[in-house]
Design a protein around this ligand. Structure first.
Ligand SMILES: *Cc1c(COP(=O)(O)O)cnc(C)c1O
Length: 387
């Protein structure tokens, strides 16, 4: 069955007693046992919840994995995954990385004796060189946030297999609609489901998908032991969002292309980063390993002084920190998502004070472009500066 159909059909036919098309929200935390030693399959909601199970089966199916696990946030999903590692273990991590993931590694995991080396994953030689005897995993974000650099997943998987370490992929920006790393041989995929999967800027969630029985059982154990699980109401919201994922992604991407070609031709913009541009460094790899380019676009404003004018002038596009929702958002990584990354590291990676990130929503593209145009024009005329 095609992914569009599988998305829409999530939960349909699963509620046998009433035939409810929309799967119900089971708030119960406790489940009556029929008899000693018997269970309905549900005992206590941290271990399993009927609503959560439907979502977990759905994401496992969408990502072509063996186990799905819903967590209370993307960070909770990462923390659950990192429960696989112990004191003394080492991970090789994408250099350009979501700021919260970097903060977790640097300010939390380090205290537990788990260390990391950050490398440019576009360069396989650097990845191999960073692997030490105590390395246990390659932890990859592609496209990277916010610079949209593309990592060749097949190369990463073959390096991981050669060195007998896990490959862990953050698939938040692409979603299984465009990219399925487990089909390319990765061991584990996770999402901040807060973003495209939920899609409406109204629910915080994380999802993990595992490949293989052993890894699935390990994550199942950690998911229940750590307990950062997703509540049933939020599971339902994610399922509701997933039903329209295909439509939304198509529109996000179509709008992104239009916004990109507008930005490329505006005088106040110096660079545009979008993996769907044939001139983008990662275009060929992206085209090979994914079926689309999503709706995330970054760009540099020519003059740093204009960032404030630009953000203040936006009317339809919200200056806000998140992505992947139907509403267009613009983020300023250096003070928002990447504020906890030391300025030297940030600048070295390319997340400078002139960089802005757009999550292109599903509004009419002409309205989005008109909004960008009037805000960028103000940068040129310097009028309306900091009302
Ligand atoms: C938002 C985000 C996260 C963290 O997820 P939360 O749901 O905010 O906890 C991790 N990775 C990427 C790429 C993200 O965009």
């Amino acid at each position: 069955m095609h992914i569009e159909t599988r998305l829409v059909q999530i939960g349909v036919g699963k509620e046998k007693t009433t035939g409810a098309v929309s799967f119900p929200i089971y708030h119960a935390t406790a489940y009556r046992h029929p008899a000693l030693g018997e269970s309905t399959g549900f005992d206590y909601t941290r271990t399993a919840n009927p609503t959560r199970s439907v979502l977990e089966e759905a994401i496992a199916d969408l990502e072509s994995g063996d186990g799905g696990f819903a967590c209370s946030s993307g960070m909770a999903a990462i923390q659950t995954i990192l429960g696989l590692f112990s004191y003394g273990d080492h991970l090789v991590v994408s250099l350009d990385l979501y700021g919260g993931t970097y903060r977790l590694f640097e300010q939390v995991l380090k205290r537990y004796g788990i260390t990391t080396t950050y490398v440019d994953m576009c360069n396989p030689k650097l990845v191999e060189e960073a692997i030490k005897p105590e390395t246990k995993a390659l932890f990859v974000e592609t496209p990277t946030n916010p610079l949209m650099q593309i990592t060749d997943l097949s190369t990463i998987v073959s390096i991981a297999k050669k060195h007998n370490v896990l490959s862990i992929i953050d698939n938040t920006f692409m979603t299984p609609y465009y990219q399925r790393p487990l089909e390319l041989g990765a061991d584990l995929v996770f999402h901040s489901a807060t973003k495209y999967l939920a899609g409406h800027n109204d629910v915080l969630a994380g999802l993990i998908v595992t490949k293989g029985a052993e890894l699935t059982e390990k994550i199942r154990f950690l998911h229940n032991s750590i307990g950062a699980v997703l509540g049933p109401q939020d599971c339902w919201l994610i399922m509701r969002g997933l039903k329209t994922l295909a439509l939304r992604m198509d529109r996000h991407q179509a709008n992104a292309y239009k916004v990109v070609s507008f930005l490329q031709n505006h005088e106040a913009v110096s660079e545009v980063f979008y993996p769907g541009l044939p001139t983008h460094l990662g275009y060929d790899v992206q085209t090979r390993q994914a079926s689309g380019y999503s709706g995330m676009v970054s760009f540099r404003i020519r003059d740093k002084e204009d960032v404030a004018v630009f953000l203040k002038s936006l009317n339809i596009i919200s200056y806000a920190e998140s992505l992947g929702g139907v509403e267009s958002l613009c983020t300023y990584p250096s003070t928002q998502t990447h504020a906890d990354i030391p300025v030297e590291v940030r600048e070295y990676v390319g997340v400078c004070d002139r960089l802005l990130r757009l999550s292109v929503g599903i509004e009419h593209p002409k309205d989005l472009i008109a909004d960008l145009e009037q805000a960028l024009d103000r940068c040129l005329t310097k009028e309306e500066c900091l009302r």
